[in-house]
Write a protein that binds this ligand. Structure first.
Ligand code: 5GP
Ligand code: ZN
Length: 137
């Protein structure tokens, strides 16, 4: 049996407050509820992170997120919505089964993301971009 907590949750071996599912995704309430309506959209078949998703899973997650986000907007009327997804410990990932946070946001809700911009010169952007384009080719 898998030791992965979200595999267990998908399989119904541990309880979850489920809100939506389709062939590839399961959405449920995040147990921590940073704000009311905080939802996780997870893949059903185990993938640890974005790198391990296949195209079908990626498309299914995007569709489910879009659908649920509209409902959160209507239902909780937040001032904003953060879509958050961490890959690896350094990025803050704590459960290593792919999931996206849909987090209704309000001014002053304490959910701070520090964004330490470096504003490098254009040549640096070109240098980084050339490497990425080479990887895409
Ligand atoms: P990460 O940091 O990996 O993006 O977030 C993991 C999230 O999973 C956390 O927000 C945490 O509250 C949530 N979580 C961890 N264990 C459980 C659980 O057993 N059930 C539910 N519903 N959420 C969980
Ligand atoms: Zn898993």
């Amino acid at each position: 049996m898998s030791e992965c907590i979200f595999c267990k949750l998908v399989a119904g071996q541990i309880p979850a407050t489920r809100i939506y599912e389709d062939e590839h995704t399961l959405a449920f309430m995040d147990i921590g509820q940073v704000n009311p309506g905080h939802v996780l959209v997870a893949v059903k078949k185990h993938a640890a992170n974005l790198y391990e998703l296949d195209e079908v899973q990626a498309a299914a997650i995007a569709r489910a997120c879009r659908k649920i986000a509209s409902v959160l907007k209507k239902t909780f009327d937040p001032e904003g919505l953060s879509v958050y997804q961490a890959n690896g410990k350094a990025a803050g990932q704590t459960v290593f089964h792919y999931h996206v946070h849909l987090l209704p946001r309000h001014a002053g809700d304490g959910m701070e993301l520090v964004w330490p911009v470096k504003n490098p010169p254009r040549e640096k952007l070109e240098e980084y971009a050339a490497k990425i384009r080479a990887g895409l080719a």
